[in-house]
Write a protein that binds this ligand. Structure first.
Ligand SMILES: C[S@@+](CC[C@H](N)C(=O)[O-])C[C@H]1O[C@@H](n2cnc3c(N)ncnc32)[C@H](O)[C@@H]1O
Length: 322
């Protein structure tokens, strides 16, 4: 059986019998005024972080969510979009679509603001989305794309890029791993489907996004996720897996390369009130300016002794250069 079919079977089981420990997120569940997440949706939280960020969700956006799980994040997105068909959920597993449909019925009884027509659930594959070109403001996936092997991951990202409007946002949460994972782990279809052995390093993940054409990338969070240890897994070394929250914006690619924000900041502490690098960046004295990695490198190359550039915090939250 190929790994995509193994994946479908595993999530069919996870739809029929909710499995609280299937994925693990240390991100607390968003609480907004009047938003009640049904218990079953929390038990079927198969994500590894959050893709919901109010900053992305002004002006009642149309949201596409691929890989619906129990529907929790779709409910959170619909809290912001609040319009008919505002959230479109796509999943390849019939049983998962059925389970989330049931969960939305419960959500309806607990959330006075929620109307069933806010969320449309459709059968479809992340590798060939049944969605029109440039029709989506915010596209999201949580803990699905890490399962895909390189060629499929490329296809899935190209599909998300295709359906987004210009300047639309792809928000994702996925495991990543900076260590080498041996081929036995990589080719273990079950572990891959369980989001344990498909993850790649952050730099590779970012490159896949920029290769598809996204001009701006924001790494918004980086958290501990799982350990694969020699006692329980086919590995000689302890493998540490993290999870990241990423936003890729469909901005045109700048001629000098993408803007990748990893949480760096520049602080000017010289004698003037500010300095201007004449490339669009003004650094006010003693005021940290969030900078993308490209700007950080350009400022460092000036070799000034009155500019400090911080390391990546991996928790970028908007503002700054570019
Ligand atoms: C790890 S679960 C994540 C569920 C949800 N995003 C969450 O955070 O709880 C992966 C989801 O992707 C769905 N899925 C698996 N393969 C898929 C594919 N090729 N296309 C679309 N959905 C898929 C599964 O049925 C399941 O709902």
């Amino acid at each position: 059986m190929n790994y995509l079919d193994t994946t479908k079977n595993i999530y069919k089981e996870a739809a029929l019998t909710p499995d609280v420990g299937l994925c693990c997120t240390t991100t607390p569940i968003w609480k907004f005024p009047g938003l009640e997440i049904p218990k079953i949706m929390q038990e079927m939280n198969y994500g590894c972080g959050s893709t919901v960020n109010p900053r992305d969700l002004a002006h009642n956006p149309t949201v596409l969510y691929v890989g619906v799980g129990g529907g929790m994040e779709l409910l959170q997105f619909s809290y912001f979009s609040r319009k008919e068909g505002g959230v479109v959920g796509i999943d390849v597993v019939d049983e998962m679509l059925e389970a989330s449909k049931k969960n939305f019925k419960i959500a309806e009884t607990q959330n006075a603001w929620f109307k069933p027509e806010f969320v449309v659930l459709k059968k479809g594959d992340a590798l060939q989305l049944p969605v029109e070109d440039e029709s989506i403001d915010v596209a999201a996936q949580n803990c699905l794309f890490n399962i895909f092997k390189t060629d499929d991951l490329k296809k899935a990202l190209q599909e998300m890029y295709r359906v987004l409007k210009p300047h639309g946002r792809l928000v994702m949460s996925d495991p990543t791993c900076e260590q080498v994972m041996n081929e036995n782990l990589r080719n273990d279809n079950r572990l891959r489907a369980l989001c344990l052995s498909g993850s790649i390093p952050i730099a590779e993940y970012v490159k896949m996004l920029t290769d598809v054409g996204f001009g701006t990338i924001e790494i918004r969070g980086r958290r501990p996720y799982r350990i694969l240890d020699p006692k329980h897994y086919d590995t000689d070394t302890l493998i540490y897996i993290e999870s990241i929250e990423v936003c890729a914006i469909k901005d045109p690619l700048p001629v000098d390369g993408p803007c990748v924000f990893t949480g760096k900041a520049a602080i000017y502490f010289g004698d003037d009130d500010f300095i201007d690098d004449h490339k669009g960046h003004i650094l006010l004295k003693n005021q940290p300016l969030a900078v993308c990695d490209k700007t950080a490198k350009a400022l460092a190359s000036l070799k000034r002794d009155d500019i400090f550039i911080s390391e990546s915090t991996w928790h970028y939250d908007g503002g700054g250069c570019c």
